[in-house]
Design a protein around this ligand. Sequence first.
Ligand code: RB5
Length: 153
Amino acid sequence: MSIIKENETLAIGCDHGGLELKNAIKEHLETRGIKVVDYGIYEQKSVDYPEIALKVCNAIVNKESTLGVLVCGTGIGMSLAANKVKGIRAAACSETFSAKYTRLHNDSQILCLGGRVVGVGLALEMVDLFVDTEFEGGRHQRRVDAVMDIEKI
Ligand code: RB5
């Protein structure tokens, strides 16, 4: 079951390298009954990924959405941009173990995927694990706090 409650949403966004996968993820999550806020892009056109990453990050930081998914060609550009935003923990993943453990141990709010790296089937499995996994807390809370303290330096 998703950690996103009935009155909460997931924010999603992509660049031109991730449009098809973003649309497939959105459709999949909506089929699961999860409300998705789509920050674009909505049609195949060239766009700079930091612009979209910032929109999704703002939705998380402002608590408008609980979790987010960002898709670019590799997932890397989106994760680099997202992790520059204060308060954000974004993980670029290309297999299921990391997609699960970045929730469990890192309390990441954003999953970044590469539309040119992973197929739809694997991506949907990763998304399901990401939205279904609660942060474990405990010793991992101390480590996450230490990560976030780096922002204050
Ligand atoms: C765009 O061509 C591509 O560079 C972008 O989608 C992403 O992969 C960047 O990391």
